[in-house]
Design a protein around this ligand. Structure first.
Ligand SMILES: C[S@@+](CC[C@H](N)C(=O)[O-])C[C@H]1O[C@@H](n2cnc3c(N)ncnc32)[C@H](O)[C@@H]1O
Length: 374
C-alpha cells in the first residue's frame, strides 16, 4: 500500500520520526519519493489511528493514483470511493505540492460532485483543527496531490487533543517546558518499545515523561530543582489518573551529574531529554558570553554522558536537544557535541537535525546517540 505523509514544520525530524516509528512497530516499508512537505511510503497496511502516535505528521493519505495520464487518473478516481458520507452538502479540500495536476483535479471533483448530486464547496484551509472540527474525514473529502501521486486523506492530526493535555495538566512552567509535539517526536525517534524504561535527566515539569507514560513506557525523571520535581509529580499523577495508565514513574530531586546514586547500572533503555541550556534568553549574548556558556554546558553535558554510559543498556539510545547560540554580533556559537559524545562512550547515529525557526534567539539541534557496546 502507498501512503502520502504530510510532514510538519521540521520536515527532516518528521521524516526520521516516520522511519523510527514504523520500524519500532515492525512494519515493512520503504520511502518511494519525498520532498520538504511530503513523504511517499510503501508500507504494510496502516490504521488511521496511527496518526495520534506521531508528533510531527499533519495528515496521512492513501494513494489513489500515481499515473501522469489523465485517462488513467480518471479511471483510478472512479474506482476509488471518494465520498462515502451521507450528507448531501459538504466541503472538500485539495492540498497540492509540486504538481501539474491541480487544475485537472479541481475540474474532476467539480464534475464528480455534480454527477452524484452533492452540493460541495471547494475550500482552501489546511488547518488541521478546523478540518477536525468540521469532521471532514466523514462528511467531506480531502485529497493530497504531490507530483503525480494523488491520495485520499484517511487521518488528520488532532491538535485539540494535545492542547487539552497541555492546558489541563495541573502545574507547568512554560519558560522551561518543551512542546508536547516535540516530546512525542523525540520519544518516537528513541525507538522505545512498550514496557521499557525511559529516563529524562532534566525532567522539568515532566512533558517527556507524561508523553512516554501514554505510550505504555515506564519512566524515570531527574531534576535538580525541587519545585520542578513537585510539578512533575503532580502532572504524572494527573495523567495516570486521567488516562487510566498502568505504567510506573519514579522522580528524583537530584543533580543529573549524580544519577548513579539512584539509578541502577545498565537499567535504562533510552534517554530522551531537553537539558538545561543556560539562563532564559531575554537579549542575545555577546560572543564572549556565548563562549562562556558553551564552556559551562560542555562540562555539564560531558559529565552527564559519562554517567549515562553506566546507567544506559548496551545499544541504548540517547535523544537530546543541544543548543546553539546566536550572538549580538550575528555569529553562531556551537557546542562540539559530537566530540563530547564520542569521548564518553556514545556514537552519533544521525547528522544533528535543526529544530525550530531559524530566526529564534535560541537555536536547537536534535542529536541521536547510541551507546557503544563494551
Ligand atoms: C528545559 S527544562 C526540561 C524540560 C523537560 N525535559 C520537559 O519535558 O518539559 C531543563 C530542566 O533542567 C533542570 N536542571 C538544570 N540543571 C540541572 C542539573 N544539573 N541536573 C538536573 N536538572 C537540572 C532545570 O531545573 C529544568 O527543569
Amino acid at each position: 500500500m502507498l501512503y502520502l505523509f504530510v510532514l510538519g514544520r521540521d520536515s527532516l525530524l518528521s521524516r526520521l520520526e516516520v522511519e523510527s516509528l514504523l520500524e519500532t512497530k515492525g512494519l515493512k516499508f520503504n520511502i518511494v519519493d519525498e520532498s520538504k512537505n511530503i513523504l511517499v511510503v510503501n508500507c504494510d497496511l496502516l490504521k488511521p489511528e496511527i496518526i495520534d502516535e506521531f508528533g510531527g505528521i499533519i495528515k496521512i493519505a492513501e494513494l489513489i493514483s500515481s499515473s501522469g495520464r489523465f485517462d488513467q487518473i480518471e479511471e483510478s478516481l472512479e474506482k476509488s470511493s471518494l465520498y462515502e458520507g451521507t450528507k448531501n452538502k459538504i466541503e472538500y479540500y485539495i492540498d497540492s505540492f509540486n504538481t501539474n495536476l491541480l487544475s485537472f483535479l479541481e475540474d474532476y471533483l467539480k464534475d464528480y460532485f455534480r454527477k452524484i448530486s452533492i452540493k460541495a464547496l471547494y475550500r482552501k484551509t489546511k488547518e488541521p483543527s478546523k478540518l477536525i472540527n468540521k469532521n471532514i474525514l466523514e462528511s467531506g473529502v480531502n485529497l493530497v496531490v504531490f507530483k503525480n501521486y494523488i491520495g485520499k486523506v484517511i487521518a488528520i492530526t488532532n491538535p485539540l487533543e494535545l492542547k487539552k493535555r497541555d492546558v489541563h495538566r495541573p502545574d507547568v512552567d512554560y519558560k522551561k517546558v518543551i512542546s508536547i509535539r516535540l516530546a512525542k517526536i523525540l520519544i518516537n525517534i528513541s525507538k522505545i518499545k512498550e514496557n521499557q524504561i525511559l529516563l529524562d535527566p532534566f525532567c522539568g515539569s515532566g512533558t517527556v515523561l507524561q508523553e512516554a507514560l501514554l505510550k505504555n513506557v515506564n519512566v524515570i525523571g531527574v531534576d535538580s530543582d525541587k519545585e520542578s520535581v513537585g510539578q512533575a509529580e503532580k502532572n504524572l499523577n494527573w495523567v495516570t489518573k486521567e488516562f487510566k495508565l498502568k505504567k510506573k514513574f519514579e522522580i528524583y530531586n537530584l543533580d543529573c551529574r549524580n544519577i548513579a546514586e539512584k539509578i541502577k547500572k545498565n537499567s535504562v533503555d533510552v534517554v530522551v531529554t531537553e537539558p538545561y541550556m543556560g539562563p532564559y534568553i531575554r537579549k542575545l549574548p555577546n560572543i564572549y558570553e556565548a563562549k562562556n556558556l558553551v564552556l559551562e554546558l560542555t562540562n555539564l553535558y560531558g559529565i552527564l554522558l559519562n554517567n549515562l554510559k553506566n546507567v544506559v543498556k548496551n545499544d541504548g539510545r540517547v535523544v537530546i536537544v543541544i543548543p546553539k547560540f546566536r550572538t549580538r554580533e550575528n555569529k553562531i556559537v556551537f557546542i562540539d557535541f559530537k566530540n563530547i559524545a564520542e569521548k564518553n562512550g556514545f556514537i552519533l547515529i544521525n547528522k544533528p537535525i535543526n529544530y525550530g525557526y531559524k530566526e529564534s534567539k535560541l537555536l536547537r539541534d536534535i542529536y541521536v546517540l547510541e551507546k557503544i557496546v563494551n
